[in-house]
Design a protein around this ligand. Structure first.
Ligand code: ZN
Length: 331
């Protein structure tokens, strides 16, 4: 009887929690509305991407679930403690490892993604893990060397981010188990709970071949996945940039009050414009490269535009430009 009483008491306590002061080494959990939280990845943690936690009433949903199962367990625990309910739905915004590899810890939950996201995971994930295993120790040593020798504080923070990324990657290998989405959505799906509804929307590709966003119409909160990076260079190497730009226009028309990006701090509608501005400047640079017939081995000499000099993930720029340029000159 006493056991039952303490169980009921502790459930009452946890269901009333807010995210104030709730954080871990992996994430800072931030309350956006009653029952809606952003899990913001912390430098040095193993989360790597941001995530969302939404209480639908009796069910809890997690949007994106990070690179390592260790961080995903942290996310699951936070989701269940902050909402007082078990995680019933997990959404994978796209197939990239830092958004899907935590799937395996959400046993019993329905994992939702697009058909293309599932196909890409099925086709690429196992080989990707094997490739990572071959290079991860060298990448860790390289990041540690850069940290030991860096004097610039911004660059130091960037090296620390990458060190966390490689540590997270390595930690994921030991227990990796491919866990594929089991519920496929190719345009939109409304999930209605007692407390609120969320809309899962896919307009095809942009950042990846297939991206999905989550929109909370009543609260005007948008979980954008990697279609929006804030304070970071986006990874655009495999992107459909015109498709990405029209996706951003669609997101802008939704009129979000809060935008939760895949990487970086939470932002506002103006951050969607920033993202469009970045991609438009990449398109301008690419057009000039094509016009001037730049040899591929000279792309490294093209500077990051001044405006974007202080963004993290600077090392995304040259490989992204190279892949996009090769795609253009092959046409
Ligand atoms: Zn991505």
């Amino acid at each position: 009887m006493r056991g039952l009483f303490s169980l009921v008491f502790s459930l009452t306590l946890v269901s009333g929690l807010t995210a104030q002061g709730y954080s871990s080494v992996h994430f800072e959990y931030r309350q956006l509305a009653d029952g809606v939280f952003a899990a913001i990845h912390k430098t040095g943690g193993y989360g790597i991407c941001n995530a969302g936690i939404v209480s639908l009433g009796k069910e809890t949903l997690v949007f994106d679930c990070c690179l390592s199962p260790e961080a995903a367990r942290d996310l699951k625990k936070a989701a269940e403690e902050l909402t007082g309910n078990q995680v019933k739905y997990v959404v994978n915004s796209h197939y990239h490892n830092d958004h899907v590899r935590g799937n395996q810890v959400f046993t019993g939950a329905r994992i939702i993604a697009t058909t293309r996201t599932r196909a890409l995971m099925e086709k690429l994930s196992a080989a990707e893990v094997e490739d990572e295993k071959l290079s991860v120790d060298e990448r860790l040593a390289d990041a540690a060397f850069k940290i030991a020798n860096e004097e610039d504080t911004t660059r130091m923070a960037e090296h620390q981010l990458w060190l966390g990324y490689y540590q997270s990657m390595k930690s994921s290998h030991a227990e990796y188990k491919l866990t594929l989405p089991d519920y496929l959505v190719d345009d939109s799906l409304s999930l209605k709970g007692k407390k609120r509804s969320v809309q899962l929307i896919s307009k095809g590709g942009g950042h990846s071949e297939s991206d999905m966003i989550m929109w909370l119409p009543a609260e005007k909160i948008l979980f954008a996945g990697d279609l929006v990076f804030i304070g970071f260079h986006p990874w655009f190497g495999e992107a459909d940039i015109p498709g990405w730009l029209s996706y951003l226009q669609y997101m802008k028309r939704l009129g979000p009050a809060v935008v939760v990006p895949g990487h970086g701090d939470t932002g506002k509608s103006a951050d969607i414009d920033e993202m469009s501005g970045y991609l438009t400047s990449v398109e301008t640079i690419l057009a000039e490269m094509v016009r001037n017939k730049i040899p591929v081995n000279r792309i490294g000499a093209i500077h990051v535009p001044e405006k974007y000099n202080s963004l993290y993930f600077r090392n995304f720029f040259t490989p992204g430009l190279t892949l996009q340029y090769q795609k253009k000159i092959r046409k």
